[in-house]
Design a protein around this ligand. Structure first.
Ligand SMILES: Cc1cc2nc3c(=O)[nH]c(=O)nc-3n(C[C@H](O)[C@H](O)[C@H](O)COP(=O)(O)OP(=O)(O)OC[C@H]3O[C@@H](n4cnc5c(N)ncnc54)[C@H](O)[C@@H]3O)c2cc1C
Length: 476
């Protein structure tokens, strides 16, 4: 049973803070020794004691750890799985790099720009735009500022009318002049209401916005808040869609690689957290091991797990999360029908495929030499359809797109069914939530900001900053 307890007696916090600050200063100098890994033998007299404990090694937990590292504050990050990254993981299967679900890294993410070394990620670039499958053929929707020669056909194709294309340009200017803070605190409606309010035609919405932004938010109904739409639209306008050459997991791996040795403990599932009013906490793992932190705990787990751990202490309504299925196929290179690094989206309004792309066209390193990798995404979990039936349906549908002999030659590699892809961020939302849960207890994660890589990074930094400020370890 998970318990999280707060003593009810009030204590003189300032006196205990002084004691803890003195103690923390000692910990700062012994931080490398005061953390432990399952395999390492520590020479510290109390290896399970540290300054701050972070629970969860996804992007938000890693961003919190990065902040603490930058100030030389000792911490221990406890991660339940066998690697860091959380939802941002890549598996190697038969020499192919399979990201766990369709993921795109937008270079304009502001917090990512501050934290990541883009050059060493060797970012591989998508075409700026998409190919829309509609009327049994493909129509290019190009960004005119980057692919000028494709912009004329874009203007006259059946994916929206001329006025729609003009509205895209106007919407772009409108979001570009807003700061991110303005976007996140602006009046909100659902994305669908925003698009209709702007004046987009139903055919532009159905053929472009539903599959394109529906694929980003895993929400074809476009119920997601207009705040998230505007933020992503802005990032897409100024940035490039990319994939790291070594898979999407290169992003968390890069962050983890800069943390102090021994500060991350894998295969360590937390089952209970006990924080005192003086911020001193005991954190227990499922295997019974207990860790103690002097300056509090940052809970960086995904929303359903946070609810499980915190129970009634989590305020607000939990909405059904966004779900997706991603299927991967391998192909001989000559069975990859197009060579462009473009995203294909389903604007036909029929079938189950939402979007797909040839991953090796974007990043050749995603496959072994001479082989192509096909990534296909569906929205929803399709729980009532078996894996075999799902594969058959996808192959049949894509045969209409690319021809039966081509698609029939592809070999299924793996199917990922992701029950919690993103938190449901339909209005009402608060994308600038305070990370404080109580004395010494902080939370972070994409459900507190925007459900993006960037949102997770921002929330991790905010939680660490709040803790440091409350503990009087820094002036913020
Ligand atoms: C298929 C898919 C595609 C996506 N595509 C994009 C995209 O293209 N662009 C974009 O910006 N965003 C995308 N996202 C969203 C993005 O991945 C998330 O917003 C972000 O990674 C969330 O990070 P997080 O740290 O908040 O949570 P998580 O990544 O979920 O991290 C939580 C961590 O906590 C650990 N944990 C849980 N319980 C415990 C416990 N009891 N003890 C210890 N550890 C625990 C978990 O193992 C996990 O590592 C996508 C997400 C998915 C799933």
């Amino acid at each position: 049973m998970i318990t999280l307890t707060f003593p009810t007696l009030s204590t003189t916090i300032s006196a205990s803070r002084h004691r803890r600050r003195r103690h923390l200063r000692r910990l700062i100098f012994t931080s490398r020794l005061s953390t432990t890994t399952p395999t390492s033998t520590s020479t510290s007299p109390n290896p399970n004691k540290t300054g701050v404990i972070i629970i969860g090694g996804g992007l938000s937990g890693l961003a919190a750890a990065t902040k603490l590292t930058s100030l030389n504050i000792p911490f221990l990050l406890l991660e339940s799985s066998d690697a860091v990254g959380g939802r941002v993981r890549t598996d190697v299967v038969d020499g192919f790099l399979l990201d766990r679900g369709f993921q795109i890294f937008i270079t304009a993410y502001p917090e990512a720009q501050k934290l990541l070394d883009y050059e060493s990620l060797q970012l591989q670039t998508f075409y700026s735009g998409a190919k829309v499958f509609y009327g049994n053929t493909f129509h290019t929707v190009a960004d005119p500022l980057r692919h000028f020669s494709d912009s004329l056909p874009t203007l006259v194709n059946p994916i929206g009318n001329f006025f729609d294309k003009l509205l895209v340009a106007i919407t772009r200017i409108k979001v570009l002049i807003k700061s991110d803070e303005e976007i996140f605190s602006s009046e909100e409606v659902s994305t669908i209401d925003l698009l209709r309010g702007i004046g987009f035609s139903e055919c532009m919405i159905d053929r472009f916005f539903r599959p394109f932004f529906g694929g980003i938010f895993f929400d074809r109904e476009l119920e997601t808040t207009s705040r998230l739409f505007e933020f992503v639209f802005k990032c897409l306008a100024v940035g490039t869609n990319t994939l790291p050459a070594n898979g999407i997991s290169a992003i968390p791996e890069q962050l983890a690689g800069k943390l102090p040795a021994g500060s991350v403990l894998l295969n360590s599932r937390v089952c209970s957290v006990n924080v005192g009013l003086d911020s001193v906490a005991n954190v227990e793992l499922e295997n019974g091991e207990v860790f103690r932190s002097e300056n509090g705990v940052i809970l960086a787990v995904e929303e359903p797990e946070a609810i499980r751990l915190l129970g009634r202490k989590m305020k607000g309504e939990f909405k059904e999360p966004r779900k997706t299925v991603c299927l991967y196929f391998s192909a001989e290179m000559y069975q990859i029908p197009f060579k462009d690094p473009v995203l294909y989206i389903n604007g036909s309004g029929k079938g189950i495929v939402n979007n797909m792309f040839f991953a090796t066209n974007v990043a050749p390193s995603y496959g072994p030499p001479g082989k192509g990798l096909v990534s296909v995404s569906l929205i929803g979990l399709f729980e009532d359809v078996s894996d075999e039936d799902l594969i058959a349906k996808v192959v049949k549908e894509l045969s209409d797109w690319f021809g039966g002999s081509v698609v029939g030659s592809w070999r299924h590699l793996r199917t990922y069914r992701i029950g919690f892809a993103q938190p449901n961020q339909s209005p009402p939302t608060d994308l600038m939530k305070d990370p404080r849960l109580g004395p010494g207890l902080y939370m972070c994660g994409d459900y507190l900001t925007s459900a993006t890589f960037d949102g997770a990074l921002v929330s991790g930094k905010r939680a660490a900053e709040a803790l440091l400020k409350d503990e009087a370890l820094i002036k913020v």
